[in-house]
Design a binder for this molecule. Structure first.
Ligand code: ZN
Length: 307
């Protein structure tokens, strides 16, 4: 299964990613880790990345995508992957789609772990770490018994410098700005699913696996069926099964429902039979049939009132 994980800092998506790795035996691909590994291994792309970083520049999308592609070619990624931390914007998402299409391995699911921003604020700003043993507390959700002291070793509890309110608010704002367009992007492809990231870790994970079973398993079945049918009719190319998933799903319902909502109003205003008759002549029979009854019922309703 091929998944992109979306979620704010503090959403717990990292924890869920680890559970997914265990359950489905697929690697979690974090671009930060990959970059560091490529640089220290001194691969071609790693050298390019290092040159960019040494020059104080951002590592280009081409390099990052190249490193991801290399990672995907390893045997453990054969049955899928979980992408975490990439893409962060629409151009990256498009480039990723193009690369995965070339590999015949399109994304199947973009999973958003959704948590209200006020909860995220408390999770992040409330975090305290023991300076002695590294135990983690949260002043809102899991405080130590004695304020500022570790339950386990009595060490003093520290707040990370980037967990202060202003920095956290800024990180969350940046996340929101980056992720909102991605959410729309994957929604338009019909690949977005959202899970609420509150409650117990196990409950959230259960919801995630339910989504995966519903979204990916049936799709795999349909794809296998399609391949079988293709094999019957004519020799199906090996790539065929990947195609259905690559096709972007129909656009979200927003437009359709908007035009539906608008249509009855117009029809009602023009209610007289002439207009309806014209519509029947001009427009396709299907649409006319839908509109006509509504216009009629309105027209009938009015005379009753005047009685
Ligand atoms: Zn401690």
């Amino acid at each position: 299964m091929r998944i992109v994980l979306l979620g704010a800092p503090g959403s717990g998506k990292g924890t869920q990613a680890k559970l997914l790795v265990e359950k489905y035996k697929i690697p979690q691909i974090s671009t930060g880790d990959l970059l560091r590994a490529a640089v220290s291994a001194g691969t071609e792309l790693g050298k390019k990345a290092k040159a960019a970083m040494d020059a104080g520049q951002l590592v280009t999308d081409d390099i990052v995508l190249g490193i991801i592609q290399e990672r995907l070619s390893k045997p453990d990624a054969k049955s899928g992957f979980i992408l975490d931390g990439f893409p962060r914007n629409i151009p990256q998402a498009q480039a990723l789609d193009a690369m995965l299409a070339r590999l015949g391995q399109p994304l199947q699911l973009a999973l958003l772990v959704d948590v209200d921003s006020e909860v995220l604020m408390k999770r992040l700003t409330g975090r305290r770490t023991c300076s002695q043993c590294g135990a983690i507390y949260n002043v809102y959700f899991s405080p130590s018994k004695s304020s500022g002291k570790c339950d386990k070793c009595g060490g003093s509890l520290m707040q990370r410098s980037d967990d202060n309110e202003e920095t956290v608010r800024n990180r969350l704002r940046v996340y929101e700005e980056q992720t909102a367009p991605l959410v729309s992007y994957y929604k338009a492809q019909g690949k977005l699913r959202t899970v609420r990231g509150v409650g117990s870790i196990n409950d959230i994970f259960k919801n995630i696996t339910d989504i995966i079973e519903a979204q990916i398993r049936p799709l795999a079945a349909v794809m296998a069926q399609g391949a079988a049918m293709g094999a019957k009719g004519r020799a199906a190319p090996a790539k065929a099964p990947a195609k259905p998933a690559a096709k972007p799903a129909p656009k979200p319902a927003a437009k359709a429902s908007a035009s539906k909502a608008a249509a009855p109003k117009k029809a009602a205003k023009k209610a007289p039979k002439k207009a309806a008759a014209k519509a029947v002549k001009k427009k396709a029979p299907k649409k006319a049939a839908k509109k006509a009854p509504k216009a009629k019922s309105k027209a009938r309703a009015k005379p009753k009132k005047t009685k």
